[in-house]
Design a protein around this ligand. Structure first.
Ligand code: S3P
Length: 174
């Protein structure tokens, strides 16, 4: 498809990286990799438990190690955890072999997707919508700065989003 071999999805928790990534991989005939899922499989427990037992710093190290391994392979759509952008080395590594695609979602869209969800350790709070807003404000400039392509996912169906992604990749890289 292009000189870079992978498509890397970045974006805030609940923006749809896993669902969109899975569908995109199917359309591109790429394999689909989810960094959180790989960490859970390797550790034999949930992200929630990893945070509880070992803390966020430990999780971030696992996340970094997994990226190095994933990056050795080609033709993959990679859904990353929302905090991947906290370590610039992660992005530098992923950029070596991948297009970075930011799935941009509004805080309302994210809250709607996550209001009934308890699987995110950073959102185990009473005021979930406020924390989403704060974290998104802290991080959004990083998502934008690192992105090669930005696709808006709010008010859009998964199918439309995937079509837009394929179009944008085609325009920019083929
Ligand atoms: C995190 C996002 C999560 C997961 C962990 C930390 C974050 O992934 O990696 O809970 O810091 O934003 P998703 O973006 O897939 O929810």
């Amino acid at each position: 498809m292009n000189h870079k071999n992978n498509v890397v999805l970045i974006g805030f928790m609940g923006c749809g990286k896993t669902t969109i990534g899975d569908g995109l991989a199917y359309r591109l005939k790429y394999s689909f990799i989810d960094t959180d899922k790989q960490i859970e499989d390797e550790m034999g427990t949930t992200i929630n438990n990893i945070f509880k037992m070992y803390g966020e710093q430990y999780f971030r190290q696992l996340e970094h190690n997994i990226i190095k391994n994933i990056n050795k392979k080609n033709r993959q759509v990679i859904a990353t955890g929302g905090g991947i952008i906290k370590n610039k080395n992660n992005i530098n590594e992923l950029k070596k072999n991948g297009i970075i695609l930011y799935l941009k979602a509004s805080s309302e869209h994210i809250y709607n997707n996550l209001k009934e969800d308890n699987s995110r350790p950073l959102l185990q709070v009473n005021n979930k919508s406020v924390v989403i807003e704060q974290l998104l404000n802290e991080r959004k400039y990083l998502y934008e700065k690192y992105a090669d392509i930005i696709v808006n996912v709010s008010n859009n169906t998964v199918e439309n989003t995937i079509n837009t992604i394929i179009e944008k990749i085609g325009e920019k890289y083929c």
